[in-house]
Design a protein around this ligand. Structure first.
Ligand SMILES: [Mg+2]
Length: 252
């Protein structure tokens, strides 16, 4: 098996399946949003962020209905408050059932998670080697960036209120899909440019083979994260990492 690279000047990390268990997202975060949404809407109904998120849901539902999607629960803007809340919950749950990633749904879920983290009811899962690796890279002056399909705001919540405390200060920056899709090589070129390095100076760690090929096509060194519960991968040419420790140890 190929060895992890040592000649990198920055690290780019995926979250799900890399720093954090895939289960955390599907077994903690998503059920939490599902369970807490009705109460959250009731408690925060007067707040501008909540109203804006529900407006976005209404607009998304209208778009979905116009596009011919079936069984879309509408979220009529002129309903009385309690009916509008119930409609918003129906629509959000329907989207969650379909595992949709619309901006409107993410925005609403983000608000619910935000409240959960702030109340201490949620704490972001990170594997035990992650805080150690981040601290070691910080110490060596190697900046670490995150690139995840979760929004930058959600990333900051996860790392800011992690099981190991606030890890945000160990991170140099965050990227999400507003920079580009994770399976597109161009996204990795753009990230390298934003970091101010050549792609070959950046090592990317992910559990996704598609993402690994995209980053590799852009010229980044790429390692595949092999965490418990990650899906099995077909044969590939990339170094495999059971934790971040070997990548820290390889740094020159
Ligand atoms: Mg992943």
């Amino acid at each position: 098996m190929p060895k992890p690279p040592g000649d990198y000047r920055a690290v780019l990390l995926d979250i799900e399946g890399t720093t954090t268990s895939i289960d955390f997202v599907y077994e903690v975060l998503f059920p939490y949003a599902r369970r807490e949404l009705p109460g959250f809407l009731e408690r925060t109904w007067g707040e501008p962020e909540t109203r804006a998120a529900v407006e976005a849901l209404t607009a998304q539902a209208e778009t979905d209905i116009l596009s011919g999607l079936e069984e879309v629960p509408p979220v009529p803007a002129d309903d009385p408050d309690d009916e509008r809340r119930a409609a918003a919950v129906r629509n959000a749950l329907w989207q969650m059932d379909l595992d949709r990633k619309t901006t409107a749904l993410k925005r609403l879920q983000g608000l619910v998670w935000d409240a959960g983290y702030a109340a201490g009811a949620l704490r972001g899962h990170v594997y035990e080697d992650v805080p150690r690796a981040l601290a070691a890279w910080k110490e060596r002056g190697v900046p670490v960036y995150i690139y995840s399909s979760g929004s930058v705001a959600a990333q900051k919540l996860l790392f800011g209120s992690s099981e190991a405390g606030d890890l945000c200060e160990l991170l140099a920056g965050h990227f999400d899909t507003t920079t580009g899709p994770k399976r597109d090589a161009q996204s990795y070129r753009r990230i390298a440019e934003l970091i101010g390095l050549a792609p070959r100076d950046v090592v990317f760690v992910t559990d996704s083979l598609d993402e690994a090929w995209a980053a590799s096509a852009a010229g980044m060194d790429t390692c595949l994260s092999m965490r418990p519960g990650n899906p099995e991968l077909p044969e590939h040419p990339f170094p495999e990492l059971g934790s971040l420790d070997p990548l820290v140890a390889a740094a020159r």
